[in-house]
Write a protein that binds this ligand. Sequence first.
Ligand code: DC
Length: 234
Amino acid sequence: MKTIIVAIDGYSSCGKSTIAKALAQYAGATYVDTGAMYRAIALYTLRHGLQDNESVIAALPQIEVGFKRVPVISPDGKQDGFAQHVTLNGEDVEPFIRTLEVGNRASEVSTIREVRAFLVAQQQAMGTHQSIVMDGRDIGTVVFPNADLKLFLTARPEVRAQRRFDELVTKGEKPVYEEVLADVNARDYRDTHRAESPLRQAEDAVVVDNSDLSREEQMQKIIDLFNQTIDKPD
Ligand code: DC
């Protein structure tokens, strides 16, 4: 059977992972969250007190990043599908990588060329034998320039800040909207201005601005694009 590769890139807080997971499920493909891989390396550097780039690069041979398929248990105790958890030297580190501290460190280590080369090689290997939906910042431009379908997700910064604000409130935090918006703008700037593989739209990517789309409308649009892709003759 022909395998298919979908590359999803875009700004932070655009809902990339929600869409990528749903599309992977629809397509019967494996979902790969590349941000989680950068976060796993960031966690390693924090745990081992590695601060300068040289010591991070020197540690790479001791770092093994992988994924593990774990069952999802719903609140009523029933199994509800599977999720991919990132592993660091065999340990499931998913519970530790979603903090602000690890996110900020991931943003730093992702600027190191050797770290990117290390992870990109692994990401490319994942696409050789299975269908995948991969999300990140450089998937359509660097990791899979020949992906079958490339999506570039975007939304107005104010809309993304509001979503992030609502998420933090749900977690019981007391965010200040203006600060969240400033953070979104700062991350956009960092992601698009770094020297190594900055976030940019691949020329052949389809741009989906979801500022004014409901989740259902967006999903339908993406499923239509996916179906057009697989119906296309080789
Ligand atoms: O998507 P995320 O917030 O989990 O990503 C964490 C950091 O890693 C973020 O600063 C961007 C960076 N990243 C990257 O440089 N390239 C990728 N393919 C994925 C994430």
